[in-house]
Design a protein around this ligand. Sequence first.
Ligand code: FAD
Length: 465
Amino acid sequence: MVDLSRKYDVLVIGGGNAALCAAISARRDGASVLVLEAAPKFYRGGNTRHTRNMRCAHDAATDILTGPYTEEEFWEDLLRVTGGETDEELARHMIAESKDILGWIVEQGVRWQPSLGGTLGLGRTNSFFLGGGRAMLNALYLTAERLGVDVLYDAEVMDLDIADGMFMSAAVRRGDGRAAVTASTLVAAAGGFEANIEWLRQYWGEAADNFLIRGTPYNRGSILKMLLEKGAQEIGDPRQCHAVAIDARAPKFDGGIITRHDSVVFGIVVNRDAERFYDEGEDVWPKRYAIWGRLVAAQPGQIAYIIFDASSANSFMPTLFPPIEASSVAELASRLELDPAALENTVGRFNAAVRPGTFDHTILDDCRTEGLTPPKSHWARRIETPPFYAYPVRPGITFTYLGTRVNKQARMLMKDGKPSANMFAAGEIMAGNVLGKGYAAGVGMTIGSVFGRIAGREAARNGRN
Ligand SMILES: Cc1cc2nc3c(=O)[nH]c(=O)nc-3n(C[C@H](O)[C@H](O)[C@H](O)COP(=O)(O)OP(=O)(O)OC[C@H]3O[C@@H](n4cnc5c(N)ncnc54)[C@H](O)[C@@H]3O)c2cc1C
């Protein structure tokens, strides 16, 4: 039984990777720790449940990674994807610490497996969790519980009492009522605000109503909002997020990885006016998959359709939902409720612009269009072999980047620039410190693990002093 009348050394809010890394690290440092997870036990673990891998620097190949991935190379990758919109000191610190995380996470019971094949080719840079994110979380929860961390589920934190940058207590929902929880220090690891459509609407307008949320419905940003309202310094552009194209038939929340479409480079993508709007062959898929959520978000009705034919049908990983099939382009348009003449015209103009080449989707091949706007710069092949197929896609929001500003100790900075007396943050809730925009696959878990571990350790020490 968890005794809420006692004062804990460290209160961790959240139940995903960042929270568990913080809780374990604080407990190993001798602190008493309480974890409050808003979700019921079955749904514990937020977006972390859906993950598959983590990006860590390493100087040599490991049992499961094919070669070295130096700190410098990791930094250059991060610099490129963020366009320099990252806090260099913090990012470099995270990358340096990530080397140690590969072993530390195994000490907490997590097991690695060789890279999964498929679409993103991450065998050198990213370590995959044996059994996926759910198994990873189960291992962390087991370790936390064995160490004596107290965990409460169905325990949404409704309010925080913060005075002059100092955490005093939290109000947690218990059944129909509320209970007060006191602790010497706070680690906020409660995710971003991606599941809060009303909040997203403030920045995206009505388009937000058409977004699908790939992960947990519990990341409503309530803790982030409270912290920002009560003096924590904010970082990040509220419109920046990780967003990919996912099947329009996916559920509103929690559709997970199997709803993502990786078939864009094999066909063309049209909007509801049956018009193409972006170069589907601009660059290799691992470098482009994360832009398609935003591209679709900018289209009328936030809907688009990936169109391909029988020659590509078996070239990519299948997704949960089967493609919509027809024996002609006009029939396909009717099934998609698009104007048949408009789609025939778009496909016809595309086919006429395709120049012959040698198709190879693993390199920037020479199959391209000529005289077409927008062009398809690589992997352009005529769409002419029936049956014809389409996947309807919508923006799938993975997680938002607006967050609380932290220093290298994962300690929150307040609006006046001073470090908080006893508040720390880890994971999505502070991702904007490292990710001003853009994304490199596997960095979400790096941010949570590295800063979670640091936050737990620092919170434990802070609680003792
Ligand atoms: C489909 C999908 C696939 C992904 N794949 C990968 C991948 O392979 N690699 C990678 O690096 N990243 C991946 N990501 C991103 C990754 O999931 C996140 O970056 C990471 O899990 C964030 O960890 P976190 O602990 O900060 O947040 P989460 O794991 O989301 O945990 C946040 C927790 O806070 C809880 N919470 C929220 N509000 C409250 C409150 N008021 N009171 C109490 N608790 C609260 C939630 O219930 C939840 O348990 C993926 C995301 C999705 C959606």
